[in-house]
Every structure is written in C-alpha cells, then in structure tokens.
Design a protein around this ligand. Structure first.
Ligand code: SAH
Ligand code: SF4
Length: 441
C-alpha cells in the first residue's frame, strides 16, 4: 500500500540534498512524497542548528506537529540532521510525540528504523557514529523539480572555526569515491538536469583522505560530462583554494564563473579569534589571483557580525574590506552563541543592540555595492538557464546567469532547462529584470 511522506528541510543545501536522499531511501519501502501534513504517514524534520534562530524554529515546529499525531496515532514522526545530532536524547525527552531522533551519522539506517517503528512503537534515539561513512551506493535521490541537482562530494568538516557547531554535528571530513560521484552526476544528467552543484562544507579539502583525486581534478573530469550545461560547487574555504582549482575553473567550459568564498570577517584580530587561518591580506591576494585568471567571476561571501571582542575599529575594518573586495553579494549573519564551541566561552560577548546595529550598517554598505555591480548589466544581454515560473507570478520566469545572478523575465514559450538570451532592462540589489531576445532583436 502507498504510504505518504512529508519532509520538512531546514538549513543549508547539504540538508536539501540529504532530504532528497532520504526520500529515495524511503521510496524503497513504499513512501511517496506528499504535499500536506494531514495526509502523511511519516513526517520527517531534517534539522539545522547552525544558529539559534534555526533551532528555535524547529523546536516550535515539532511542538506544532503534535496535533497531527493526535489526529492520527499511526503517524510516525522523526527528526534527522544537525539538531538531531546535537540534542538527541534531550529532544526525545522534551517531545514524547517523537518516534525517532536519528543523528547525521545514522542516515543510512533510516529505512531500518522506520520499518521497526511500523511494527512496534518505541521511541528510538541514535546519535552514534557521527564521523562514519554512509554508503551512498544504490541511493537514488528524489529531487524536487528544477534544473539544478545537488550532488554531495564530501561530508563533515575538520576546520573548527571557533563559532561553528558544524564540525561537532557533522563529524570529520570524508570524501566520497570519484566513481560514485560520477555515476550520480551521470544519472542526474540522464534524468534531465542541466546543472549540477557539488556540495561539501569545504570542497577544497576533497580527496585529502582517499587521495584518489583532488577537487581540481574532480571538477576538470566533471566538466567533460556530456549533456551537462553548468557545473557549480560550494563551499570553498579561502585557506586552501588552490592554484590548480583556479586554473580548472579558468579552463573549464561548464564550470560557472562564480565562487562562494566565505570571508566571515575583515579584521585580522577577529579572523584569528575565529580560527579562520587566513589574514585579510591573504584573502585580498586570493581574490586578486582569482580575478586575474577569471575576469568575469562573481564573488559572494558569508559574514558574521557581533563576534566576541569585536570593537568599532574591527567593524570599521570590515566595512573597508567590503569596499575593497566588492563582493557581488554577501550573506550576513549575527553571531549566534553555540554552546560547546570555543567562542561561546570567549569574553566580551557583544550585546544584541550593537549586533543589530552593525548588521544593518553592514547590509547597507554591501547592498549599495551589490546594486552598483548589478548596474553594470543594465541594457546588456545575458545568457540564462531557465528555472521555472516565479513563486509569486506565474507569468514571470526565474533564471540564472552563469555568474549566479537571478534574472526575471516575462514567460514566453521557453521551458525550464532552456538556455535563453535576456536583455537586462531593470536592475535591483538582488535581481535583474529583462525580456527575452531572439536572434535579430
Ligand atoms: N562550511 C561553510 C559554512 C557552513 S555554515 C564554510 O565554511 O564556508 C554557513 C555559514 O553560517 C558560515 O559561513 C557562517 O557565516 C555562518 N555561521 C556559522 N556558525 C555561525 C554562528 N555561530 N553564528 C552566526 N553565523 C554562523
Ligand atoms: Fe563551520 Fe568553519 Fe567548518 Fe565552515 S569551515 S563548517 S564555518 S567550522
């Protein structure tokens, strides 16, 4: 009998990719993706704990889902992912309505756990094996619509930035085998995906464990996959972005001209306290090298304000750093204390008001830069890959340039996955708007 599965995914692209894999695993025992909670026989919350805001949202959601369990006692309710790994037993105790809590190292056991729960109910918690290698063989992800497929190439992180919980809840770095990655990429392309994004917490470390291929070699090989239009990757840590990777990008045909290169901050004092291992000067040097090799590259970043010990002077240096680098876009976060990480115990934690004031100021400066960068596209023709209808207006299509700029244009006859030319007529901070041009326009 067909059973309904509802998955709620929080957090990063890796979680999206893992939800798709879990949907694939569960399909083998009869679960199909459902739209509504009320139809579900199994609700899976794939959780995040990178900042307290994500955690609070998830705690609220689990509480809210209790009502479905009351309406339908046979419903199986489970939590997976980073918050499950971090709060395992506590989560299960706090929410007796949960049937299972499965840590990040136990994703491979999901089917077994669900099958057991179908026949006998006993709250089950397992957060062991956080650094274990999950076999991804014979896992066929059920990907949402769209034209871009996520393919994880490595799991875990060894960097231990002092603010970050990820190394604790994702375990040590493990690279997937190249042939496994290639067969998954080929399968994605054969099933119609035009774009692939390779995922890892720090893709530049790919292969350092098994030594079969470096990340630059992996990308160069992936660039040859026929039928694939565009190849992307994230995230790169600035400390070990190699010259080989820059040449692979410069020489690749499908590798897109975009690097997400989290800087986190623009003062050496704070970078040192964050354990980021590079200096502002190293970062600027790297940007120069990248831009020299790939002039059309777009650069995006992550920044954290309100890290313990941050002074007005540190903050000012960060604003200057932004002016100097000229990022296309930045994801900006307020420092969130993660208990168990070194920075949680650092002195001189910053008060909320100062954190918010600095975030606002940072965003203002960056937004102006983003807009100025986008203005360079005004009246230019850009090639975009069509994603599909916009969520707010069915007559408008969303699409992206190779440099990952979001482009909106009125829908004509094209369909998702098509490459089309769009003339940019209106420019905003985060989007370009235009109309399609065909030969001779
Ligand atoms: N592995 C990736 C990032 C993963 S987390 C990398 O190193 O680039 C995504 C982003 O969340 C980070 O880049 C950082 O900017 C932010 N982040 C991580 N921990 C945080 C914390 N405690 N408070 C606020 N932002 C945080
Ligand atoms: Fe977190 Fe740093 Fe690892 Fe990124 S590199 S996941 S920020 S510890």
């Amino acid at each position: 009998m067909k059973k309904n599965l509802k998955i709620l995914t929080y957090g990063c692209q890796m979680n999206v990719a893992e939800s798709e894999r879990m949907a694939g695993q569960l399909q083998k025992i009869g679960y199909e993706l459902a739209e509504n909670f009320s139809d579900a026989d199994l609700i899976l919350i794939n959780s995040c704990c990178v900042r307290s805001s994500a955690e609070d949202k998830i705690y609220g959601k689990i509480g809210e889902l209790k009502k479905y369990k009351m309406q339908k006692p046979s419903l199986i309710l489970g939590v997976t992912g980073c918050l499950a790994q971090k709060d395992g037993e506590d989560l299960a105790k706090k929410f007796p309505q949960l049937d299972f809590v499965l840590g990040t190292g136990r994703r491979g056991e999901l089917v077994e756990v669900v099958k057991n729960l179908e026949s006998a109910r006993n709250q089950f918690v397992d957060t062991s094996n956080v650094s274990g290698m999950i076999s991804d063989e014979n896992i066929f992800p059920i990907r949402g619509g769209g034209v871009s497929a996520f393919v994880p190439i490595m799991y875990g992180c060894n960097n231990f930035c002092t603010y970050c919980i990820v190394p604790y809840v994702r375990g040590r770095e493990r690279s997937r085998l190249p042939e496994e990655i290639f067969s998954e990429m080929r399968e994605a392309v054969d099933s119609g995906f035009k774009e692939i994004t390779l995922l890892g917490q720090n893709v530049n470390s790919y292969g350092k464990d098994h030594k079969l291929k470096t990340f630059a070699e992996l990308l160069t090989d992936a660039d040859k996959i026929s039928g694939l239009e565009r190849l992307r990757f994230m995230t790169s840590h600035p400390k070990d972005l190699s010259d080989d990777l820059i040449s692979a990008m410069a020489n690749g045909k499908k590798i897109c001209e975009h690097i997400h290169l989290p800087a986190q901050y623009g003062s050496n004092k704070i970078l040192r306290k964050m354990n980021r291992v590079y200096t502002v000067e190293n970062y600027l040097e790297l940007v120069k090298k990248i831009r020299a090799a790939i002039p059309e590259i777009s650069l995006t970043t992550d920044l954290i304000v309100g890290f313990p010990g941050e002074t007005e002077d540190d903050f000012k240096q960060t604003l200057e750093f932004l002016q100097e680098v000229q990022f296309d876009m930045a994801f900006t976060f307020i420092y969130s204390i993660r208990s168990g990480t070194p920075a949680a115990n650092f002195e001189n934690q910053i008060d909320d008001e100062t954190k918010h004031r600095r975030l606002d100021e940072l965003m203002k400066v960056q937004n102006k830069i983003s807009l100025e960068k986008n203005l360079k596209h005004q009246n230019k023709i850009v090639e975009v890959l069509v994603e599909g209808a916009s969520k707010t207006d069915k007559n408008i299509f969303t699409s992206r340039t190779r440099t990952n700029k979001l482009v909106l244009f009125p829908h004509e006859t094209e369909k998702p996955g098509d490459l089309v030319q769009v003339k940019v007529e209106q420019v905003q901070t985060w989007i370009l708007k235009g109309r399609q041009v065909k030969g001779g326009d």
